[in-house]
Design a protein around this ligand. Sequence first.
Ligand SMILES: [Zn+2]
Length: 298
Amino acid sequence: MKLAHGVRYKCSKCDSVIHYKKNISFPSRDSYAPIEVQSFVHPLDRAALAALKKVPGLSHAIKFMMKFSYEKYVRVSELADDVRVTQRTYGYIHDMVQEASKVMGIPAPSVYINQHPVPNGYTTCVEQPVIVLTSGLVEMCDDDELYVAISHEVGHIKCEHVLYHMLAHFLGNFPDLLGITKLITAGVNLTLLEWYRKSELSADRAAIIITNNKPKVISLLMKLAGGTGKLAGMVDYADFISQYKEWEELIKGVSARMIYRFSTLFRSHPFPIVRAHEIEIWADMKDQCEQVHPGECV
Ligand SMILES: [Zn+2]
């Protein structure tokens, strides 16, 4: 994806700005044929989500959350506190969202930029999904990596992850009434987090499908692990990938495995090196498959 300087498109009559964009060229496609979630969802995500749906009381928790208009509360907060991306405001981000949504065959969500130094992106709201990107993420990423981050979030919407993500955040932030609420919700929350981590692997795959840019998916993961925009020209992603093998050796054995399991227990995301390893394997497998069945694979 080549980017040139930004261009301001103005109305020829009143001179007001209609669209501010960069000259983005997205990967060329023959068509926007519908993409089935089952063709890319990670098997661990599929299995964990099925198990999650069997957790007693979870559907009641979701109904409770919706009853108290959690979604409306979130939307009101975003409107009040963040900057909404439109054609005229951060128009090139708007273009990225439109294109990624078109590839996945879903209506384009709203996008907001939140002022926060920690690089992060998340999607919230089910009825009318909202993607939130922090200013730290926009500052850290080059344009290709930002497209990867947006595509990852669009992937979450396509996979219908957002409802359970919201529930995980809701339970995680629920006030600890009389010191017992956390105890009651802890089991469900750990189960949710277990699935949450797996859902990230599916969203990474969606990012590959949309961007067709494995190096940039991995460089984004690398930056999230310990990269900066300033040092971006001084990295070798093969070095980063090689960390996985060393790490895998270190966690062999029962006690090391238990320490690893405990260290991930409360995380919403898998370790970046695990995500990079997973996505590299899957992207290579997808490429090989496409050579055998051209045009048939996602
Ligand atoms: Zn995600």
